[in-house]
Design a protein around this ligand. Structure first.
Ligand SMILES: [Zn+2]
Length: 318
């Protein structure tokens, strides 16, 4: 077979394998491993996930090793999983032959075998390779809370306000800085212990059920709140549910948010450093008392902020 025909056939096989994984037919799909492809085909980069089997609501560090290609990462290399574009950036410690990224597993993801797709271009032709991994089930508690009835049955005007605020946040999360603005590991924004875990099923006033898409820290009203890492402030205003809130863009698809503040001490567009004060703890918005609600979005997906602390420490080898 002429080399070009063999190459095309291998690309078709790899794409078919990727689709088979997407359809949940992993067991029936041919082995997608690089070694199964005929010799002379383009060598793909090695893609590693840590942990290899992330939990729902958590995340994995993705490390791309381009040493099998002589240390040069291919043109247009990108990673996709479940509609998520995983932002790739130069690896902070492993050198120029490596790229890094963060894969966010939604709270609602099922425990199952899946595969992300590595895409790049080889002599102007698109190449696709599946990278198989497993998702483990998340473990989430349930709790009952009492709040102001206004936050359980919002008025028509409040519902309109909630819709506008949701759209504003979606626009912010879709337009972050493309490259990382942070260095090293992220740090918790307050020193207190966790009083409310990520992902908890919450029953407000005995009726409204929602998921807790951040982590709560015990803190007193007026305590300083610090930026978890360096970045740019994209929002600093009062929101219906979050109360006084600050959103920081850390680049490469990573955002942190700080809610229920008594005071906001930064402005939109302001650069902040890790540990720099951004506001004060409070109980504004849908809160039962003073505490800090800390949220994290990665590639548009809400994940456990404690998983971001671990992932960024691992990435920086700190
Ligand atoms: Zn909370």
């Amino acid at each position: 077979m002429p080399p070009l025909a063999a190459f095309r056939r291998a690309v078709r096989a790899a794409v078919a394998a990727a689709f088979a994984f997407a359809l949940g037919l992993a067991a029936a799909a041919p082995a997608p491993a690089r070694s199964a492809l005929p010799s002379g085909d383009p060598v793909g980069p090695r893609v590693e996930l840590t942990p290899a089997e992330p939990r729902a609501g958590e995340m994995a560090v993705v490390e791309v090793d381009c040493r099998p290609r002589g240390g040069l990462c291919p043109e247009g290399l990108s990673l996709r999983w479940a509609g998520q574009d995983i932002a790739l950036f130069p690896h902070p410690v492993r050198g120029p032959a490596f790229r890094a990224g963060l894969l966010a597993v939604p709270l609602t993801a099922k425990a199952e075998a899946t595969a992300l797709e590595a895409l790049w271009s080889e002599a102007g032709r698109p190449v696709s390779r599946p990278v198989a991994f497993r998702i483990r089930a998340g473990v989430f508690a349930e709790e009952a809370l009492r709040v102001d009835p206004r936050h359980v049955h919002p008025s028509p005007q409040d519902r309109e306000r909630i819709r506008r605020e949701r759209e504003e946040l979606e626009r912010i999360y879709a337009a972050g800085a493309p490259s990382p603005l942070w260095r090293g590991r992220f740090l918790a924004p307050v020193p207190g212990e966790v009083s409310g875990a990520f992902g908890t099923r919450r029953v407000f006033n005995g009726e409204l059920i929602s998921r807790h898409t951040g982590v709560d820290f015990r803190a007193a009203a007026g305590d300083p709140v610090a930026a978890a890492a360096s970045g740019v402030v994209r929002l600093g205003k009062e929101l219906f549910y979050s109360g006084n809130a600050v959103v920081v863009d850390h680049g490469a698809g990573v955002f942190t948010s700080y809610s229920h503040l008594s005071r906001i001490e930064v402005g939109v567009g302001q650069r902040v450093a890790r540990g720099e004060g951004i506001g004060r703890v409070g109980a504004t918005g849908r809160a039962t008392g003073p505490h800090l609600h800390w949220g994290v979005k990665v590639n548009g997906v809400a994940v456990d902020p404690l998983a971001l602390l671990e992932a960024t420490a691992l990435l920086a080898r700190e």
